[in-house]
Design a protein around this ligand. Sequence first.
Ligand code: GLY
Length: 355
Amino acid sequence: MTKRLSRRKFLHATVSLSAGLPLLARLKAAPPPVRPAQGNFPVRAIASANGLKAVQLAYGRIAKGTDPLAAVVAAVNILEDDPDDLSVGYGGLPNEDGVVELDAAVMDGPSHRAGAVAALRNIKNPSQVAKLVMETTDHVLLVGEGALRFARANGFKEQELLTQKARKIWLYWKQSLSEKDDWFTPPDDDLDPDVAKFFGRPTGTIHCAGMNRDGDLACVTTTSGLSFKIPGRVGDSPIIGAGLYVDNELGSCGSTGRGEANLQDLCSFAAVELMRGGLSPKDAGLEVLRRVSRHTTDPRLLNDQGRPNFGLKFYLLGKSGDYAGVSLWGPAQFAVADRKGARLEDCALLHSGDN
Ligand code: GLY
């Protein structure tokens, strides 16, 4: 009998060994997929304006051959880990009960697969959990307790996501909400500087998309959602076709801003379909903003000129090499990185001025 292991036995032995490790450890240990560059498509990454460092990282990795999905998820992890970004991951603003609930989704162009989590608590990198939903299950979207249990099963560490800074802003919001409760409204002339900067009801989110030399696209959107939302509220970010969408033959689209408005028009899917019809990324993005504008009829959501009084932006990456950021209102920018470097560029605006 030969002492050499057959290929089959060797594979079996390797699988059994690695099966002893927690899944997250195995995934972390595995190097990101690297493929030699082949095609002639322009390597590029785009993101919302808070993603300048993110596009730099995503572009650098994609250019070296990392799979675009792995690259864009690593890119948004920068913001998910950053306590100073109050709209994403650790340090994100909480719901009305003071609990941080995160939404995220990923979509992979070549396989046309997607994964998402919504209302996920205590896990600072929901984009990584969304990627695992895509890669290791037959499902697309896990929510709340189920999403947390899935993350736990995969070895993610649970932690308090509410930072002191976010807590102060949430408490100020609670204290100034109503004259009819027992909270004293803090005087506006003696506000903590952290709170003063975030007067109102801030929104945030990061979307990041990337394309490699083969023209393969991938994207991710991750957020703590609308600040002070009703617990359980899910925005557009984890909804495929709303918070993001990619068709590997055409391009990708993702969003930031008022999720409810996007959900009612499934704008990311619509924009990519408009690109199929021949519109450029910029024109497709402006057309979906026009639809949102037309469909906004609730007087609470209109300014005195009858236009939407909220913010909404889309980031579009066309397979042909065109790209754009579009916004309901200006001034607005988005981040892009390609062989010319990482930079902020101006969004095309549907309405001039700010809302
Ligand atoms: N666009 C982020 C949200 O509305 O939750």
